[in-house]
Design a protein. Structure first.
Length: 234
C-alpha cells in the first residue's frame, strides 16, 4: 500500500468510526490521532533505515503537539484510528494490525528491560477502550474488544470481550451468525451474591428491630400496670 493510499484510509476510517467527524478537512486539521499517525509514518521510515536521533526527535515533537506518544519502532497497520488520543502510549516493539482503534489513555506497554519483544501485538479489528493497559509481549486476537480501564497481561483469543482488573473474558462473538455468547463472570456473581446477602441481613435487622420495639412496648405497658396497681394498694 502506498503512503498516499494509507493516508486516505486513515481519513476514511476516522470519518467512519467517529460520528463527530463532519468532513475530511476537519480530520486533517483537528484530529490529534491522525496527526500522530502522520508523524509516525515519517519517523518509522527513518527508524527502519537506521537514521539516528531524528526518529525520536520527530515523535518527541508529536507527543508535545498531540499528547500521544508512539515509539518510532512500533509497527502500525493500515486504517489505524486513535479517538481523542490524549495520554496514549505505544511502546517500541508493539505490533498493530489493520483497522485497530484506540481510545484516550490507552497504554501498550512493556515489562521487560531486555532488548526483545516486550510490548503487545494487536491483530486486526481490535478495539481498546479508554484507559485500558495492555502490558507485556501478549497477543490480542482478531475482532477482540478490551473494555475501558481494563488491565490485560495475558493473551486474548479472537472475538473475545475482556473487562476488569486483571482483565478476564466475559463474552465471545460468533462470526458465523454475529451473536454474542456471554460467559459466566465469577466476580460479578460474587458481587450479586454479596448484595443478596446484605439485603437479607437488612431484612433480618428490621425484623429484630420491630420485635424489640414490640417487646419494649409490652414491657412499658406492664410497668405502667404495676405502677397503677401499687398506687391503688396504698
Amino acid at each position: 500500500m502506498s503512503t498516499l493510499n494509507g493516508i486516505r484510509g486513515d481519513i476514511r476510517v476516522a470519518l467512519r468510526r467517529d460520528p463527530a467527524a463532519r468532513n475530511w478537512l476537519e480530520v486533517v486539521l483537528f484530529y490529534p490521532g491522525f496527526h500522530a499517525r502522520m508523524f509516525h509514518r515519517v519517523a518509522h521510515a527513518l527508524h527502519r533505515r537506521g537514521v539516528p536521533l531524528a526518529p525520536r526527535g520527530i515523535m518527541h515533537l508529536a507527543r508535545f503537539l498531540t499528547g500521544i506518544e508512539i515509539h518510532p519502532g512500533a509497527k502500525i497497520g493500515p486504517r489505524f484510528f486513535i479517538d481523542h488520543g490524549m495520554g496514549v502510549v505505544i511502546g517500541e516493539t508493539t505490533e498493530i494490525g489493520a483497522d485497530v482503534m484506540l481510545y484516550q489513555g490507552v497504554t501498550l506497554g512493556g515489562t521487560s528491560t531486555k532488548r526483545a519483544k516486550r510490548h503487545p501485538t494487536l491483530r486486526s479489528n481490535v478495539t481498546v477502550g479508554a484507559g485500558a493497559k495492555l502490558i507485556g509481549a501478549i497477543a490480542v486476537g482478531e475482532n477482540s474488544q478490551i473494555g475501558a480501564g481494563s488491565v490485560v497481561v495475558t493473551n486474548v483469543p479472537a472475538n473475545a470481550t475482556v473487562v476488569g482488573v486483571p482483565g478476564h473474558i466475559v463474552a465471545y462473538r460468533d462470526d458465523s451468525n454475529g451473536t454474542v455468547q456471554r460467559l459466566p463472570d465469577p466476580e460479578w456473581e460474587r458481587m450479586n451474591d454479596l448484595e443478596r446477602r446484605i439485603g437479607e441481613l437488612y431484612r433480618e435487622i428490621e425484623h429484630v428491630a420491630e420485635h424489640m420495639g414490640e417487646l419494649h412496648r409490652v414491657q412499658h405497658e406492664n410497668d405502667e400496670g404495676h405502677a397503677k396497681s401499687g398506687e391503688r394498694a396504698r
